[in-house]
Design a protein around this ligand. Sequence first.
Ligand code: NAP
Length: 261
Amino acid sequence: MSAFMGRKVALITGAGRGIGLAIAKSLAAEGYDIAVGDLHEEEKVAQALQSLKDRGAEVLYCRADVSDAAARRRMLTTIRERFGRLDVLVNNAGVAPKVRADILEATEESFAWVMRINLQGPYFLTQAVAKWMIEQKKADPEFAGCIVNISSISAEVPSVNRGEYCISKAGVSMATKLWAVRLAEFGINVYEIRPGLIKTEMTAQVREKYDELIVQGLLLQPRWGLPEDVGRAVAMLVRGDLGYSTGQVIVVDGGLTLPRL
Ligand code: NAP
């Protein structure tokens, strides 16, 4: 019998809205209890949390900045006290630069800010979670952890007006490979999901620009991606549908990055 009783638990960072919330909803529907990490006051995300409870999940809200080491530690302690286990980590929280500036002009300040949230924070959160998952595996050979990193097509496609974002996501891509290699012996699978254009707050300011480009044929599947498109992809990975493919990249971009002649 498993050493761990009860339902499986998933931590999704930045799950107060957007892609993270859609991922949390997908995993709640899969039967997971959910720890939501985000920056907002709990009242601001009350509706989001309720939508997870409505799907049958027990929900824990952790107000934590993923770029803050002490906040990350507090978040994991709280999850341990509440649930006693963690089966899935989805590193989803991320930011675009506050100002889209040409790389000839962009500042070190913006570079450092984006890198701490998009790359350094998730990298060290993964380190701490990985140690806990290894501990769980040692206590229970049946334990099967899973870590999913939400990168972006920007890991591969340069945008010269947000270089720091592209570099952070390219880093997330390498972090995925590193953790997949390091954690394979413990049966912990690590994946990267690379979304394209997804309709969220993050892309609200560039909606019209991309509406136009979509009409002009930018995508093979001519519509904005929806947060749920990413949510379903994460559910597939967490269920183990691609259980023999650790370290791989799943592209969710409507064909944006498929080379054409
Ligand atoms: P979003 O709508 O801006 O949601 C991101 C959530 O994460 C927000 O609730 C945000 O809080 C939170 N967050 C920001 N910084 C955080 C931090 N330091 N610690 C904890 N939480 C933090 O963005 P999204 O479009 O859903 O994007 C989610 C992920 O997908 C990001 O990693 C993004 O880079 C990636 N992605 C998005 C797209 C797209 O087209 N939307 C495409 C490819 C990849 P605040 O509201 O306070 O900022």
